[in-house]
Design a protein around this ligand. Structure first.
Ligand SMILES: [Zn+2]
Length: 142
């Protein structure tokens, strides 16, 4: 099977990726805002073919993972480990226009510790690995 095309809206950032069997809906403070559905390709199953210099990135929490977004159109495209910036850890499966959602399983991970998800899944959500956060203070909007 040829790899599938994935691109941000303006197509400056382009990836080729093997078709995923499942995607992850993580309800942590950042993923629920991005609305990304993540796929985690094996090395060799994904290639950033354009736009390695076209993204800005955001670090938070333990600052181990960079969340890349296209500088032009703002789409959240992929993540890379800060310690291994050339390794693509996760790709936002919503960037794959030819991926039929009916053909993938949605797995939900409760990293937000709320049990709340915007997706509907036939599977019960999995507990998250993120530490539980302190209850929000008056100036914490997360
Ligand atoms: Zn773009």
């Amino acid at each position: 099977m040829p790899k599938l095309k994935a691109a941000c809206h303006c197509s400056k950032v382009r990836l080729l990726i093997e078709k995923p069997d499942w995607v992850l809906d993580c309800n942590c403070t950042i993923c629920r805002r991005y609305g990304a559905l993540w796929t985690y390709p094996q090395p060799g199953d994904v290639e950033l073919v354009a736009g390695s210099d076209a993204t800005d990135s955001y670090l938070w929490g333990d600052r181990e993972l960079a969340f890349h977004r296209c500088r032009e159109c703002g789409c959240v495209t992929h993540t890379t480990p800060v310690m291994a910036p050339s390794h693509i850890f996760a790709v936002n499966a919503r960037l794959i226009p030819t991926l039929d959602p009916a053909e993938v399983t949605v797995r939900q991970r409760d990293n937000g510790h709320t049990g709340w998800f915007w997706t509907r899944s036939s599977h019960q959500w999995e507990p998250g690995g993120h530490p539980e956060m302190e209850p929000p203070g008056p100036d914490d909007w997360r």
